[in-house]
Design a protein around this ligand. Structure first.
Ligand code: AMP
Length: 399
């Protein structure tokens, strides 16, 4: 069963075709600058040269038409006809309280998914535009929506209720939702598999550290807390996002310093975090290089980042009453031995021993604690696309 996984942003679209009989990714692609001058599609198949199409791509429907064409292209494609695509799995950022599981998408379901748009005005609308375009172009192919928030719907109330007037929760749905759920679910399950343990017996802290960063406390296979909140702005510091700060800063900037709300929003989402403190870049590699060359603010940015992650790991070990394992994933978590080492510094009392030599690996599944370590530390590359494809196949098979 070949499953197409689509992750639609406002001006970009990522896709993969996964052969679910082997769980192998057959092709990965990216459409960029949709609706903007200079739009292009790049498609990669292992062992072959990249396929790049530069053409006008007016909207998401155009983009999906181009993707389908690239998949069946005689020279660069991987399938002979669109009929080989058995199902499509779509990433949807926000499922609100309504969706604690993935769902088969029908016109009717889509309407209720649209009701979650107000909770994620930047992310959900493009996801839905992508779904609608696919439905039009592939009317007979079953489609599934997989939500970033779903895995965290198991959080207890004390973890997700904000200390605000309760009516704000009742009337407007203001609460912690959490994001990156597909990734936290994938790496925690993979960890249990690699450790040869039943996930029901494990207390795990999963650290998804990429451009966006979030941690989760996963107890018995369920998310019981996570660091992102009502939106993906909350929690630990990130590449350009501030993470959680004293909310009074916002009023101060607006009332005392003449900022507009829009400027503050932009500042918190796009100009803060590692970029904001370092003044160098939001890319960890650049900041690490600058720190190594003696740039004090770059060094400070890394120190603050590692401090925030360390404090969050400790907090989750606390709420779970101890831990069995810590997992690092995503761009920084999978690749940066420095970040893993520094984020764990001082936490050895939790019962682990880091193996510095093993910690030097990049981008592969590896235990990085010593053989004698009671608490295990692992690097596990995330695979959100595979998780989406798995949910898609499971739901389609039960239809
Ligand atoms: P993601 O959002 O998961 O794609 O992660 C992007 C982040 O991963 C960026 O901040 C990159 O700088 C970081 N990253 C990628 N490769 C490395 C590496 N080798 N060392 C450190 N950070 C890396």
């Amino acid at each position: 069963m070949k499953t197409l996984v689509i992750n639609c942003g406002s001006s970009s679209l990522k896709y993969q075709l996964i052969d679910m009989s082997t769980e192998e990714s057959m092709v990965q692609g990216l459409v960029e600058r949709i609706g903007i001058e200079g739009s292009l599609l790049t498609q990669k198949v292992e062992g072959r040269e990249k396929y790049i199409i530069k053409t006008e791509i007016k909207d998401h429907k155009d983009a999906i038409r181009l993707v389908l064409g690239a998949l069946i292209d005689e020279k660069y494609g991987v399938i002979k006809s669109m009929d080989e695509i058995a199902a499509v799995g779509h990433r949807v950022v926000h499922g609100g309280e309504k969706y604690s599981e993935s769902v088969v998408l029908t016109e009717e379901v889509l309407k209720s998914v649209e009701e979650c748009n107000a909770l994620a005005p930047l992310h959900n609308p493009p996801n839905i535009i992508g779904i609608k375009a696919c439905m039009e172009l592939m009317p007979n192919v079953p489609m599934v929506g997989v939500f970033d928030t779903a895995f965290h719907q198991t959080m207890p109330k004390e973890a997700y209720i904000c200390p605000l007037p309760y009516e704000l929760y009742e009337n407007y749905g203001i609460r912690k939702y959490g994001f990156h759920g597909t990734s936290h679910k994938y790496v925690s399950n993979k960890l249990a598999e690699v450790m040869g343990r039943d996930i029901k017996d494990l207390k795990i802290v999963t650290c998804h550290l990429g451009n966006g960063c979030s941690l989760a406390a996963v107890k018995g296979g369920k998310s019981i807390d996570t660091s992102m909140g009502f939106t993906p702005l909350a929690g630990v510091m990130m590449g350009t996002r501030s993470g959680s700060i004293d909310p009074s800063v916002i009023g101060f900037l607006i009332n005392e310093k003449g900022y507009t709300m829009q400027e503050v929003d932009e500042l918190l989402n796009k100009k803060s975090g590692v970029l904001g403190i370092s003044g160098v870049s939001s890319d960890f590699r650049d900041v690490r290089d600058a720190a190594e060359q003696g740039n004090e603010r770059a060094k400070l940015a890394l120190d603050v980042f590692h401090y925030k992650v360390r404090a969050q790991i400790a907090a989750y070990a606390g709420v779970m009453g101890g831990i069995d394992a810590i997992v690092f994933t995503a761009g920084i978590g999978e690749n940066s031995s420095l970040t893993r080492k520094e984020s764990l510094k001082g936490l050895e009392f939790l019962g682990f021993e880091l193996d510095n030599e093993r910690n030097e690996i990049r981008g592969e599944i590896q235990e990085i604690s010593t053989d004698n370590s009671r608490v295990k530390i692992y690097v596990i590359p995330t695979n959100e696309e595979l998780m989406i494809a798995r949910d898609t196949v499971e739901l389609i098979n039960n239809m």
